[in-house]
Design a protein around this ligand. Structure first.
Ligand SMILES: [Zn+2]
Length: 350
């Protein structure tokens, strides 16, 4: 279901424009129609930058998850939303995000909001006159990753129990996305890559495969594995080895791995991945303000081609770009596409 070799793609998120951050801090001053307009405008902005770069796959940049209540947790019943940061001062880190106590049965009668996001992206994209036809991708966190910000209780005594409760909710969202015409979905499980060193990786494989089992073959299923990027900081030991070979049994069409920020350590692992599925390689470092040149990108693509064939390879940033300043995000995407194009031309694929 992949259109072309050496495809350029992105993980879901893109930085918010400054005005959106400002608006998000005072949403109570906006009416419902004002917020809807701001959400549309934000998606138009993110889509513009991605289309201008010339990517083969684009997203809505997760621009509408701008407020606590508009995040996934705002859609889940049975939790008390905790917006207060437990640590407000000091250097930025993941512990500054609040965790939500569970107060009842976990349910999401309105879904997780991703279907509405995808429909908005379809509508906005459909109104753009363009000469290329990039694929529209939706991103949904997998149940294990989603469970990480919930506090276990007597009913759900640990993270595994929370994951099992969230799994059918995520699966329903995936089915609804397919019904809405979504041809490519990323089920993001960065927590699995962060914790594979201390948990049973086979258990992660089992959770992932049950999450996507009803949509496999009906849409292109991707996954994004990274070592954490909140405030542009990693949280896991940045090694792929603990995940493999178990993760080769993920029943997905594309696996994305973080490589650029790790100076391409363990790059040979893309070989075995590519024998089972497409592999999207992170060749743009979202945590660095060195902007990779098209020539850097082309060198990295050629390096990957030593381990995996062109028809299995895609290229992307290491993670979503939400934690990278927009000026850099925009230039990094443009150079990603430009650099891949250089190699496509060399190989006669352009
Ligand atoms: Zn990531």
């Amino acid at each position: 279901m992949k259109e072309q070799p050496l495809r350029t793609t992105v993980m879901g998120s893109y930085p918010f424009p400054g005005w959106l951050e400002l608006a998000a801090q005072q949403l109570d001053r906006f009416g419902a129609a004002d917020i809807a307009e701001a959400q549309d405008d934000a998606v138009i902005t993110a889509l513009h930058d991605q289309l201008a770069a010339g990517l083969d796959v684009v997203t809505d940049g997760e621009q509408t998850r701008l407020d606590f209540n508009l995040s996934f947790y705002g859609y889940i019943e049975g939790i008390a939303l905790e917006s207060v940061s437990p640590r407000r001062f000091g250097p930025p880190a993941h512990d500054q995000r609040g965790r939500h106590p569970v107060t009842g049965e976990l349910r999401a009668p309105r879904g997780l909001g991703v279907v509405e996001e995808f429909r908005r992206l379809q509508r906005i994209f459909g109104a753009v006159k363009r000469s290329t036809s990039p694929t529209l991708k939706a991103s949904v966190p997998g149940p294990y990753t989603l469970s990480g910000r919930l506090v276990p209780n007597a009913q759900y005594p640990d993270r595994w129990a929370l994951t099992e409760a969230l799994l059918p909710i995520v699966r329903q969202e995936l089915e609804n996305l397919v019904a809405a015409g979504c041809a490519e979905i990323s089920v993001d499980e960065p927590s699995m890559s962060c914790y594979a060193h201390k948990e049973d990786p086979q258990r992660f494989v089992n959770i992932f495969n049950r999450t996507i089992e009803s949509v496999g073959g009906r849409t292109r299923v991707c996954t994004h594995l990274c070592f954490g990027n909140y405030k542009a900081r990693a949280v896991g030991p940045r090694r792929l080895a603990p995940m493999f070979p178990a993760f080769l049994d993920f029943k997905c069409d594309e696996m994305h791995v973080e490589m650029a920020s790790r100076e391409f350590a363990e790059l040979e692992l893309i070989g075995p991945i590519a024998r089972r599925m497409d592999v999207a390689v992170g060749i743009v470092d979202v945590k660095s303000y060195y902007v990779e040149t098209p020539r850097d990108i082309a060198d990295r693509v050629r390096l990957c081609l030593k381990h995996a064939p062109a028809e299995r390879l895609g290229f992307a940033p290491d993670c979503g770009l939400s934690q990278t300043a927009r000026w850099a995000a925009r230039q990094k995407l443009a150079n990603l596409v430009e650099g891949v194009k250089l190699v496509r031309q060399e190989l006669g694929l352009a």
